[in-house]
Design a protein around this ligand. Structure first.
Ligand code: GLN
Length: 214
């Protein structure tokens, strides 16, 4: 049974725990470095990225988290979590840091401040059971991905003001969405992440062996 942490310094923690538990995962909150060391994968929830960034440093989690990501720990970031996993924040606070686990630049609050939130049906071929239909995506003061590095797969886009905007990406064991799949009943994004965690756990044997890849 994979053990998946939800970063619990700020943001939409409870809904991710509920979805992961419903999928049969051993889901638990991560607030301390010791808790981070015990998980096979980590969800970074939506919330406020400037606050999460600050709290990561206050909780002494920023460096251990960077180290685990460098070692190939699977991670999934939603909304503010996507901003945290990226390599550059556009429209961030000037001192806002990020974890550089994905070679992407992310624009905060990109869809405009007037439109606080919206929903859209997305075709996401990479999802398990993709033939069951589109994924209803809920965007809440959402970012978009403005630059995608060569190793990054674009898994979903949404049309906005006549342009296709990137809202879901994957790079190896790291997944991110601009939207909030934890607030709708469709669990396929979380299922994809659980699959990624299982694959990684299978390929490195067990979580106690530090991986030197990446
Ligand atoms: N706008 C928020 C930020 O910049 C993200 C919003 C969210 O996570 N729902 O961090």
């Amino acid at each position: 049974r994979p053990r998946i942490g939800v970063l619990a310094v700020q943001g939409d923690v409870a809904d991710h725990l509920r979805v992961l538990n419903a999928l049969g995962v051993d889901a638990r909150t991560v607030r301390r470095p010791e808790e981070l060391a015990e998980v096979d994968g980590l969800v970074l929830p939506g919330g406020e990225s400037t606050t999460i960034d600050r709290l990561l440093r206050i909780f002494d989690l920023a460096e251990p988290l960077r180290a685990r990501l460098r070692a190939g720990m699977p991670a999934y970031g939603s909304c503010a979590g996507m901003i945290m996993l990226g390599s550059a924040v556009l429209d961030g606070r000037t001192d806002q840091g990020c974890l550089a686990a994905l070679d992407i630049s992310v624009r905060r609050n990109a869809f405009g401040r007037q439109v606080d939130s919206f929903e859209a049906d997305l075709e996401i071929a990479a999802l398990p059971r993709a033939d069951e239909g589109p994924f209803r995506a809920v965007f809440i003061r959402a970012p978009w991905v403005e630059r995608v590095g060569p190793g990054v797969e674009v898994l979903a886009t949404v049309e906005h003001d006549g342009a296709e905007r990137v809202v879901m990406v994957r790079q190896g064991p790291v997944l991110a969405t601009s939207f909030h799949p934890e607030v709708t009943p469709d669990a396929r994004v979380h299922e994809l992440f659980v699959q990624m965690v299982r694959e990684q756990a299978g390929s490195i044997g067990d979580r106690s062996g530090p991986s030197t890849s990446r």
